[in-house]
Design a protein around this ligand. Structure first.
Ligand code: GLU
Length: 478
């Protein structure tokens, strides 16, 4: 007997939905925690709805998240022969029949029943066709789909998350397994692949529960036993509806672009509907693998909380080594037009210090653009309110002029000496240090708040600081 084998089976929709990413993660964690295999299968049976670029995006996102797979990607589009064989087996064994009803005919019947206030169910009329009638329809070239014949009885899922769930087969319609254009439907292809790939556990969103009943019936018709199932409550938006564009970013690629770290997203998604059983919140991948179990998947629908994700991201940003931090932030700065080309050694070291200084306030990698703007832009923008409040008050002009002189004298322009010079001047003038600190910050950064002033001045360097003070003095009324 082999070990655990699980899979993620996205359809190539052009992006990896954040919910699918969570399902992939739970499968991955389960496989890794059991020493099993995680398989990637692309459900691209519909040629009209898939192309290689769309597949590429999904693969990129999984790679970026670090959800590495052991087998695949398998492509359903390359396995059509297999689905046809299985469909044939079901037809021959009497578990499937051809249905000639067109969509339009079915709709008409449904609408008619609705008008007459009758329940409508696919009425199996094609099952009762005589061989002659069938021959005639075939000769006429009428398109036909293959339907699965749902047997009597009831179907039970012993779900690893929800427990036992049952459904009367009478409530399950004879489902199409091969469409009239010859393409297998999801339910057939999924069962065939899960069988052929010897999947032991199907872990997927609970929106698939209705499919699970149908799939179990197909397994039984094929004379095999189904895998185990674990359905995950769906993550919802804050208004308790399924996560969609309305809630903001939906795809993993968007979160990446917004400046989230993959490890933070992994950590957040893992805890979205699962708990380690204690109050840990920041957990590394290894800790997650160690702690993961399907038993602790929560039954309620988790609510996606962007603020919490941002907090978690900030924690991960704070924990990065300087070199790593630089490497991750740099593309965002470059995208903004800064640091084109290779960085020299000195520039690298300087940039690392800047990033370490400003990261306290960063929630996302994109935040470094704004937080670091006054370091990277030649021209700073003054916040009007900051100017009003700190540069336009009486006496500022004199104080800044004197402060500029003191700073110009400094040979060692390091935080410590800058601070001593400023405090000494404050004492000489008999004013509070704050009355120098605030205008100095606004003069050199354009802002009211920011990182440690003396450290940022050191990193800006004497020349820039003096130039900015000159610029600011021009803004201060005489
Ligand atoms: N292609 C299906 C989906 O993306 C797969 C569902 C399953 O895991 O069986 O929803």
């Amino acid at each position: 007997m082999g070990g655990v084998r699980v899979r993620i089976a996205p359809a190539p929709t052009g992006f990896l939905h954040i919910g699918t990413a969570r399902t992939a993660l739970y499968n991955w964690l389960f496989a890794r925690s059991k020493g099993g295999k995680f398989i990637l299968r692309i459900e691209d049976t519909d040629p009209a709805r898939s192309n290689p670029q769309m597949v590429e995006v999904i693969i990129d996102s999984l790679r970026w998240l670090g959800l590495d797979w052991d087998e695949g990607p398998y492509f359903q589009s390359q396995r059509m022969e297999l689905y046809r064989d299985y469909a044939q087996r079901l037809l021959v064994s009497g578990y499937a029949y051809y249905c000639y009803c067109t969509e339009d005919e079915l709709r008409e019947r449904r609408e008619k029943a609705l008008k007459e206030k009758k329940d409508w169910k696919q009425d199996r009329r094609c099952l009762r066709l005589t061989p002659e009638e069938r021959q005639r329809l075939d000769q006429e070239g009428k398109p036909k789909a293959l339907r699965f014949l749902v047997p009597k009885g009831k179907t039970v899922v012993d779900d690893l998350v929800y427990g036992r769930v049952e459904k009367e087969n009478a409530d399950i319609e004879d489902l199409i397994i091969v469409r009239s254009d010859g393409l297998p439907t999801y339910n057939l292809a999924c069962v065939v692949d899960d069988l052929e790939m010897r999947i032991t556990h199907v872990i997927r969103g609970n929106d698939h529960l209705t499919n699970t009943f149908k799939q179990i019936l197909i397994y039984k018709a094929l004379g095999t036993s189904p895998p185990l199932f674990a359905h995950l409550p769906l993550g919802l938006g804050e208004d308790r509806s399924k996560i969609s564009k309305r809630h903001g970013a939906v795809s993993v690629a968007e979160y990446r672009k917004m400046g989230f770290l993959p490890e933070a997203l992994i950590n957040y998604l893992a805890l979205l509907g699962w708990s380690p059983g204690d109050d840990r919140e920041i957990m590394t991948r290894t800790e997650l693998v160690k702690a993961f179990s399907l038993e602790r998947v929560r039954l309620s629908n988790p609510i996606f909380d962007l603020e919490k994700l941002e907090w978690m991201n900030s924690q991960y940003i704070k924990g990065l080594e300087a070199d790593d931090l630089l490497q991750r932030v740099l593309p965002f700065l470059q995208e903004n037009g800064w640091f084109k080309g290779d960085l020299g050694e000195e520039e690298r070291e300087w940039l690392k210090k800047v990033l370490l200084l400003i990261r306290e306030r960063a929630h996302k990698l994109t935040d470094f653009v704004n937080l670091g703007e006054f370091f990277f832009s030649s021209q700073i923008e003054y916040e009007p309110q900051a100017v009003e409040e700190h540069l336009h008050s009486p006496g500022v002009r004199e104080k800044m002029t004197l402060l500029r002189e003191e700073l110009a004298e400094l040979e060692d322009f390091s935080a410590h000496f800058i601070e001593s010079a400023l405090r000494a001047l404050a004492t000489d003038l008999g004013v509070k240090a704050a009355s120098l600190i605030h205008p100095l910050r606004v003069a050199t950064t354009g802002r009211k708040v920011g990182p440690s002033l003396f450290h940022l001045l050191e990193l800006l360097g004497k020349e820039k600081v003096l130039n900015r003070l000159d610029d600011a003095l021009r803004l201060i009324p005489k």
